[in-house]
Ligand binder design. Sequence first.
Ligand code: MN3
Length: 204
Amino acid sequence: MAFEVPALTYAYEALEPYIDAQTMHLHHDKHHQAYVDNANAAIAKAPDLEDKSAEEILSNLAAVPEGVRGAIRNNLGGHYNHSIFWTIMGPNAGGAPSGAIADAITKTFGTLAQFQEKLNDAGVKQFGSGWTWLALGSTGLQVLSTPNQDSPISQGLTPIMGNDVWEHAYYLKYQNRRAEYLKAWWNVVNWAEVNKRYEAALKK
Ligand code: MN3
């Protein structure tokens, strides 16, 4: 089955003033669509992958035929990462988490502010395009960054939340001020969804 860009569950302008509507339109409708189109084109050349989920394919890239592996890694990775990204943001969001994720963040990183600083720092230091992530592995929660559209799932980690630090995610509004974008982004984080993802990851 072909992959599709999931519709946003909120309006394009709902994340204003932190993320502007024009960026959301371009990012969701154009950039994400391009990843989906290119991923589907690559999968059409590797019929064995057709019935597999994005998670299954990306968690075992070595099993992907070499001729399409790069295209799948970049474009299915792009689809998978962005599909998470849209759901962990929302209007009337931000603030502090509650539930299991709140306890786990405190236990792992000390305070919420310390965790936020760590995730932002990984985002600032990611050279070029990429993502900064909170992911769950066998030793617990960890912050990491990935280049391009690489996903933590390809390293055996479950992505819990992540911020897109490609210039297309922030350049219209923040220009070269990536650090400012990273700081502002916390105002649109949908913690209820992040907690849901964390609880689901614990059960895997
Ligand atoms: Mn993006």
